[in-house]
Design a protein around this ligand. Structure first.
Ligand code: HEM
Length: 520
């Protein structure tokens, strides 16, 4: 069999050579084709190492499966899961990526020991140039855990009570520019702006928000352009976008420093916001956060929430635009919470009672999670699949709860947008039974270890679990509730958009439009 395949390849190479004449480019071309075909055939017939996860075959050396993965990672992972099972490896731009899928795979990935699998080795090249030094993946994991604790100190229920009216006002002000009584609007552009305005106002403070319309917006955009798959593969290149990214970071950092200086010099009571919380934070060893770290962590928090929350809010509105009955049920829910004339302003307490609205956000995150894959670098050989495989050091470990979120084992009619599925069962966990020793505190609050063996994980799990979930819910629910008061919605002329996988966060493909009619 092997001999037959190799002789077919050789005959093919020989006839290709004859066709192209015996010049050196033809020889080079033939050698290349022979190398590619020979490599593919060799990998097809080679006996795999049974202790390592199976390897997805590929045609082009080094590039491997990059193109098919990049075009639609969820489809790629699902297709190969059907062939190889829950654990397999593929090559992507010279890196060996081993994915852990299914609920056990989610658990293996998110609860991996720190010594086995490390996030900073996987993410730092992308994040450090944008966030800056001394924070998140530029510091040892125990410092990141401290920093997550500090940030949580600015995300309390008391802070949320202050944030809700700020968000309502920001959304009303933004949509004043949709002054026609009806029309077609670019909803993704609108939501990206509403999220950045509300996040800067709530988390960064009024000083930064006041500069948002000119200085900060441009700096933000230049930093954001440093967050692309190209930056992930090449952290620094002599390109204008890279230089703009670095300049923007330096200016933003200086801006935060000037605000910190002004706040320290002032005798007024400091505002109750994230910056104040961070300025008074101390690491476990007693050291206070430096001003530079405060500024850089503020940048990191702003960037972490921007595309994730704006994509989620956009998808939610696109789903609602297609479902007038659901919109009516949501308005009825508002009337129940706020009174028939809706005269009471929305407050944090009302949001908590809006369970159907909550379910809309949950269901949106199930079908359109903005982060479809998370990554770690394997630091020492790591056993997975109950001991069946050992993942070698140097591989990247990947996880995609997006797959279990679409799995019919856990979700009836998984492709349907059906928020009411969350009203009966709020946890979505088939086996979320707490066991002894299940609670763990990595430094930023207690979480359940068993939480990672869960089909629904849009905010991740374990030590790298998102700390922005509660803020994101407050922000997204307030924006949606306000939108439903302002407008009647219908789909845009181009219909429901496809998913765009070309950026690191999954966004709605352009144009993401809705048709709106202003309500009285
Ligand atoms: C981590 C999703 C909003 C701050 C994560 C992770 C996910 C996620 C999946 C885990 C990544 C990993 O394990 O590699 C989301 C979604 C959001 C959202 C879907 C909105 C819908 C926010 C917001 C903030 C934030 C608003 C800040 C206010 C963070 C931080 C981490 C994190 C600090 C921890 C990173 C780590 O420990 O490595 N988020 N996020 N996120 N997120 Fe979010």
């Amino acid at each position: 069999m092997m001999e037959q395949l190799l002789s077919t390849a050789l005959v093919g190479m020989r006839s290709t050579t004859q066709l192209l004449a015996a010049s050196w480019p033809a020889t080079l071309f033939t050698a290349l084709v022979g190398w590619i075909i020979g490599g593919y055939l060799y990998r097809s017939i080679r006996r795999p190492n049974p202790s390592e996860p199976p390897m997805v075959n590929y045609w082009i050396p080094f590039i491997g499966s990059m193109v098919s993965f990049g075009m639609n990672p969820v489809q790629f992972l699902q297709k190969n899961r059907e062939i190889y099972g829950d654990y397999y490896t593929f090559l992507m731009f010279g890196r060996r990526m081993t994915y852990c899928l299914g609920v056990d795979g989610n658990n293996a990935f998110f609860n991996a020991r720190l010594a086995d699998a490390n996030a900073e080795e996987a993410y730092a090249s992308l994040t450090v140039p944008v966030f800056g030094e001394g924070v998140v993946y530029d510091v040892p994991n125990h410092m990141l855990m401290d920093q997550k604790r500090f940030a949580k100190g600015g995300l309390t229920a008391d802070a949320f009570r202050l944030y809700v009216p700020i968000i309502v006002k920001e959304v009303e002000d933004y949509f004043a520019r949709w002054h026609e009584p009806s029309g077609v609007g670019n909803i993704h552009e609108a939501m990206a702006q509403c999220i950045v305005n509300t996040a800067t106002h709530c988390l960064m403070g009024r000083e930064i928000r006041a500069m948002m319309d000119d200085t900060v917006a441009q700096l933000y955009e230049d930093m954001d352009k440093g967050f692309t798959p190209l930056n992930f593969l090449f952290p620094s290149l002599p390109l204008p976008a890279y230089r703009r990214r670095d300049r923007a970071h330096a200016k933003m950092s200086a801006l935060f420093q000037s605000i910190i200086d002004a706040r320290r010099a002032s005798t007024d009571a400091p505002p109750d916001d994230m910056m104040t919380a961070l300025m008074n934070s101390h690491y476990k060893d007693g050291r206070r956060m430096s001003d530079k770290e405060v500024g850089n962590l503020m940048i990191a928090l702003l960037m972490a929430g921007q595309h994730t929350s704006s994509a989620t809010t956009t998808w939610a509105i696109l789903y609602l635009a297609d479902r007038p009955a659901l919109v009516e049920a949501l308005r009825e829910e508002q009337r129940k919470c706020l009174g028939d004339d809706l005269a009471t302003p929305i407050a944090y307490e009302h949001l908590r009672d809006m369970r159907l609205l909550d379910a809309v956000v949950r269901e949106t995150l199930r079908l359109r999670p903005p982060i479809v894959t998370a990554m770690r670098k394997v630091m020492r050989p790591m056993t997975v699949a109950g001991g069946k495989y050992v993942v070698p050091a140097g591989h990247y470990l990947g996880s995609s709860p997006a797959l279990t979120q679409l799995d019919p084992t856990y979700f009836k009619e998984p492709l349907q947008f059906e928020p009411t599925r969350w009203l009966d069962n709020n946890s979505a966990t088939a086996d979320e039974e707490e066991t002894a020793g299940d609670q763990v505190d990595y430094g930023f609050g207690t979480i359940k270890l068993s939480g990672a063996r869960n089909p629904y994980l849009p905010f991740g799990a374990g030590r790298h679990r998102c700390i922005g979930e509660s803020f994101a819910y407050v922000q997204i629910k307030t924006i949606l509730a306000t939108m439903l008061r302002l407008f009647d919605l219908a789909p845009g002329p181009k219909g429901f958009p496809e998913m765009d996988f070309t950026s690191l966060v999954v966004l709605p493909a352009k144009p993401a439009q809705i048709t709106y009619r202003r309500r009285q």
